[in-house]
Design a protein around this ligand. Structure first.
Ligand code: KG4
Ligand code: ZN
Length: 332
């Protein structure tokens, strides 16, 4: 089954052609990071407008690189949420228009489900599985008993982990997106600022990162008032150590509590080198799979990977009938 997948939930315009949920025939990602970097974060209206400008070109390039034509497509898939509403709408409109024009069936895919299924491109998800989904908008522990079967175990009470990275980076005067930069500088510093480990003592699977972010801001403001320098590398190392202590321990507890066979780490923050270095050692006895770096941050290949299993379980809608009827599938 050849799937044309579209992802435009935030600031990446992406179209991929994926065969049987596994083989990525082409994978085009047009990033708007440079455009938004000057504002220190994604500006929704600018993101939507840029999707409109580039969407058709990205479609054409994906088909060309896969060396196929519209006729070869069996199914169209598109991210239907969560995300920035204007950005989502551009992808949904493009995908439904394509499906309508070429008489294809279409499925709407939950963005988070896409992030989890990114791991199924190069590995096989084994059930029961525990997914740690960490991105700019989400911090979730999700239990999967089978394909397309999700139970939310815990989530963030406030800031998502990637959001906390981005805000801490901004406080330290580092460029957007902050996650990769903080990760890089953390490798050069020492965990010496003694920041809190939020919710670590609570025997539950929820997270909270806004207090940790505020702790960094307080240290920075106090230092400025006293005319002292912040040791940027040490602050990055301290923040990262705190985040990783919490997410790794919660993941370990959940894996034990639900006796899972496998742990999936997905989402933009799964690209974190510190996390990748620590998690295998600190959660021994489990197979831990993580998507390739290029499939960690937002991309359409993950939507194509998820769409294949979505279709096998739930079928598809006739072309152009996307809106409202394909329910999102993460339950709590
Ligand atoms: O999954 P994603 O591309 O978009 C959302 O769905 O949110 O994730 C983007 C987030 C940003 O907050 C970015 O700073 C963070 O992932 N990120 C990282 C790293 N690479 C990207 N955070 C920590 N360490 C990284 N290496
Ligand atoms: Zn994402």
């Amino acid at each position: 089954m050849i799937i044309l997948a579209v992802e435009s939930s935030c600031d990446e315009t992406s179209v991929a052609i994926v065969e049987d949920g596994k083989k990525v025939l082409s994978h085009i990602v047009l990033s708007q990071i440079d455009i938004h970097a000057v504002y220190g974060g994604v500006v929704p209206e600018i993101a939507s407008r840029n999707h409109v400008v580039h969407m058709t070109r990205v479609f054409e390039r994906a088909l060309k690189e896969a060396n196929i034509t519209e006729i070869d497509i069996d199914l169209v898939a598109v991210t239907e949420g969560p995300g920035l509403i204007g950005s989502l709408l551009t992808g949904i409109n493009a995908a439904t228009a394509f499906a309508f024009a070429h008489g294809k069936k279409i499925v709407g895919i939950n963005h988070l489900v896409g992030h989890i299924y990114a791991a199924n491109i190069d590995y096989d998800i084994k059930f029961p599985a525990l997914a740690l989904l960490i991105s700019g908008g989400h911090t979730e522990l999700i239990y999967m008993s089978d394909h397309m079967n999700f139970k939310l175990l815990g989530t963030t009470m406030d800031d998502a982990v990637g959001e906390a990275y981005d805000k801490v980076a901004r406080t330290l005067g580092l460029p957007y997106p902050g996650g990769p930069v903080v990760d890089k500088l953390a490798q050069l510093g020492i965990d010496s600022y003694h920041l809190p480990r939020p919710f670590l003592d609570k025997k539950e699977f929820n997270f909270s990162f806004s207090g940790l972010k505020s702790a960094v801001i307080n240290v920075v403001h106090n230092a400025h008032q006293k005319n002292e320098e912040i040791r940027i590398n040490d602050m990055c190392a301290s923040f990262q150590a705190s985040v990783l202590d919490v997410i790794i321990e919660k993941t370990r507890l959940a894996a034990h509590a639900f006796s899972v066979n496998q742990i999936i780490v997905a989402g933009g923050v799964a690209a974190n080198k510190g996390l990748r270095n620590r998690i295998h050692q600190e959660i021994p006895g489990y197979e831990i799979i993580m998507p390739k770096m290029e499939y960690c941050t937002d991309n359409a290949a993950m939507i194509g990977a998820a769409a294949y299993h979505h279709y096998l379980k739930k079928g598809a809608l006739p072309n152009y009938l996307l809106g409202g009827t394909s329910t999102l599938s993460i339950e709590d």
